[in-house]
Design a protein around this ligand. Structure first.
Ligand code: SIN
Ligand code: FE2
Length: 225
């Protein structure tokens, strides 16, 4: 457990496995890492995730340039983010099943809203949640999230499972990037003037998480339309 700021006097007030509130870390004018924010939600998130994945299983998608993405993807909500030879898009239909994407589980929505409130973005109502699954070695190249109709709403990103090194850049691909380690239960939110900042994930290192095994799951909440 990554706990900080605890003194010996406070340490014994808490059971070892009690999730501790931790200081929020500002990584941009309107960008925050909310350490451990999702921990109290995990036991409700995982069954909801299972149900979503039963309806819309993980699959590997191809970029417009013809590369198979190393992360496997699914979505829930009114829209799902997809990529194929024709480009990137949001679709109300899962191309693999021909059915609408599974609804956004209530617990996903509530977590996204509480996290966005905490990061200073009130009244966020996401209509899509991209679900990325990384196994060791998988990565996400630097990119901007810009397939949404507008950029007035934040991106809220929840990390579960084994750790990742998140790269948070600037507004140009060549700008320097901050390396932000992300652990199980961490949430990152960025919006406003930071909404279009480049970001990515370095190749995931081999590790095992007690609940999720050898994988990292990321939820990305956005307002597509
Ligand atoms: C993404 O930007 O699509 C995913 C980011 C992450 O997995 O943390
Ligand atoms: Fe992204």
């Amino acid at each position: 457990m990554h706990r900080k700021g605890t003194t010996p006097a406070t340490l014994d007030l808490f059971a070892e496995d009690t999730p501790q509130p931790q200081a929020n870390e500002q990584i941009g004018p309107r960008s925050w890492v909310l350490r451990g924010f999702a921990l109290p939600w995990v036991d409700r998130l995982l069954p909801a995730l299972d149900s979503v994945l039963t309806q819309a299983p993980f699959r590997q998608m191809v970029t417009p340039g013809g590369h198979v993405m190393s992360a496997a993807l699914s979505s829930c909500g009114r829209y799902g983010w997809i990529t194929d030879h024709q480009g990137y898009a949001y679709s109300p239909i899962d191309p693999q099943t021909g059915e609408p994407w599974p609804a956004l589980p209530e617990v996903f929505l509530k977590l996204a809203q509480q996290a966005s409130d905490e990061a200073g973005f009130q009244d966020f109502v996401p209509d899509t949640c991209l679900i990325n699954r990384y196994i060791p070695g998988a990565k996400m190249s630097l990119h901007q999230d810009k397939n949404e109709r507008g950029y007035e709403w934040p991106v809220v990103s929840v990390s579960l499972g084994i750790p990742a090194m998140f790269l948070f850049g600037g507004h140009a691909r060549s700008d320097a990037t901050q390396r932000v380690p992300l652990f199980h239960g961490d949430v990152v939110a960025w919006g406003g003037e930071d909404r279009l900042r480049f970001h990515g994930v370095m190749p995931i290192k081999q590790a095992e998480h007690p609940q999720l095994g050898e994988q990292r799951i990321n939820f990305t909440f956005r307002k597509a339309r």
